[in-house]
Design a protein around this ligand. Structure first.
Ligand code: NAP
Length: 324
């Protein structure tokens, strides 16, 4: 079988290239890719703003679903098993290599399209909301970008834990989607100030954890909406990487401001999180309690069109590439 992958000629030109079938190490698997998830980081990589680490595949794509084609000797997987995985680049292709420790079996009843939405969102949400920000059952979580590929999973995980969920989006239509996902309070950031909207709902100063993918001028609001001992987990900078904040709020609220990027987690941290999401998150999808929000999928050859659509910001939910 021939291996095909998307090559970046220049930021506005992507081509499909051909190569030899992939091989893997003993602790890895080669996956025949059915779908690849599209992430913001891919858009940045294409534009030259997010070069992959030296040991990563130069091909875009951080997550895939499909079937194991080759199972490394110590991988614990067998050829033919349905899996989804976080990959070290290389997802925009018909084959991809994944560490066995970053590969999850797809439960029966969960299709490949849905499975490709999971690895990046599961890891990002679990590591930031649960491990770093320690969200507990019954607490209040505020999720910025609630209908994003990442945000919708955070909303649904928190609801499954019995948390109160506040989420933001930029249009009334997206706020309606948030409500259908179970969010208790939906804030339209394009309408009026988030502070005023939280005050109207009586939740200013009541938020235990903020999952923040926006930063910039919203950082001060993030601090102000926090309860005492509140935590902010920063994962993205959609409104910019610079902000001016009143540190008095940090002191008075004993607040914690943390952040992370998945690519910088050590292999052992990733492996530990994968064990935890397999135990705590995958069963939610298998039982239908969590339904990843999907906007649409594109063919592999439409990768540029798909990324242009993501950059436009008009999508709601996950975008995917059909690779198989
Ligand atoms: N740190 C990590 O390890 C990690 C891992 C994965 C993803 N991320 C980050 O998580 C974010 C979501 O990723 P994704 O792949 O799910 O992308 P996505 O679906 O495109 O989501 C982007 C979200 O940001 C919101 N947004 C965009 N511009 C905004 C603005 N000016 N003000 C307020 N909200 C704005 C959008 O909300 P509306 O559509 O409602 O405007 C949208 O929900 C990205 O920033 C990504 O870089 C970080």
């Amino acid at each position: 079988m021939t291996y095909h992958f998307i090559h970046i000629e220049d930021p506005e030109t992507l081509s499909i290239q051909e190569g030899e079938d992939l091989t893997c190490c003993a602790d890895e698997v080669v996956i025949d890719v059915a779908y690849a998830g599209i992430n913001r980081a891919d858009v940045l990589q294409r534009m030259g703003f997010y070069p992959p680490p030296p040991d990563a595949s130069p091909v875009m794509g951080l997550e895939v679903s499909g079937r194991v084609k080759v199972a490394g000797e110590h991988s614990g997987f067998s050829a033919g098993e349905r899996v989804c995985a976080l990959v070290h680049g290389g997802g925009y292709a018909t084959q991809a290599i994944a560490k066995a420790a970053c590969t999850l079996r797809i439960p029966e009843g969960v299709n490949d399209l849905t499975a490709a939405c999971l690895p990046e969102a599961f890891l990002t949400v679990w590591y930031n909301v649960i491990v770093r920000a320690s969200l507990k059952a019954g607490e209040t979580l505020l999720v910025h970008g609630g209908v994003s590929g990442i945000g919708n999973i955070a909303v649904q995980l928190a609801k499954s834990m019995g948390c109160n969920v506040i989420a933001t989006a930029g249009t009334p239509e997206k706020c309606e989607i948030l409500q259908s996902l179970g969010a208790d309070i939906c804030l339209n950031y394009s309408e009026s100030s988030l502070t005023e909207q939280c005050q109207a709902h009586g939740v200013m100063g009541e938020v235990d954890v903020v999952l923040d993918m926006v930063g910039g001028d919203f950082e001060q609001f993030n601090l102000e909406c926090l309860a005492v001992d509140g935590r902010i987990a920063c994962i993205g900078l959609m409104r910019g990487g610079q902000s001016t904040i009143d540190l008095t709020q940090l002191l008075m609220k004993r607040a914690t401001l943390t952040g992370s990027t998945l690519r910088r987690l050590t292999p052992s941290e990733k492996a530990r999180c994968f064990e935890e999401v397999e135990t705590h998150m995958m069963p939610l999808v298998a039982s239908g309690a969590m339904n990843p929000l999907i906007d649409r999928s594109f063919d592999l050859g439409q990768a540029l069109e798909a990324q242009t659509y993501m950059a436009s910001g008009s999508h709601a939910g996950k975008l995917l590439l059909k690779c198989g």
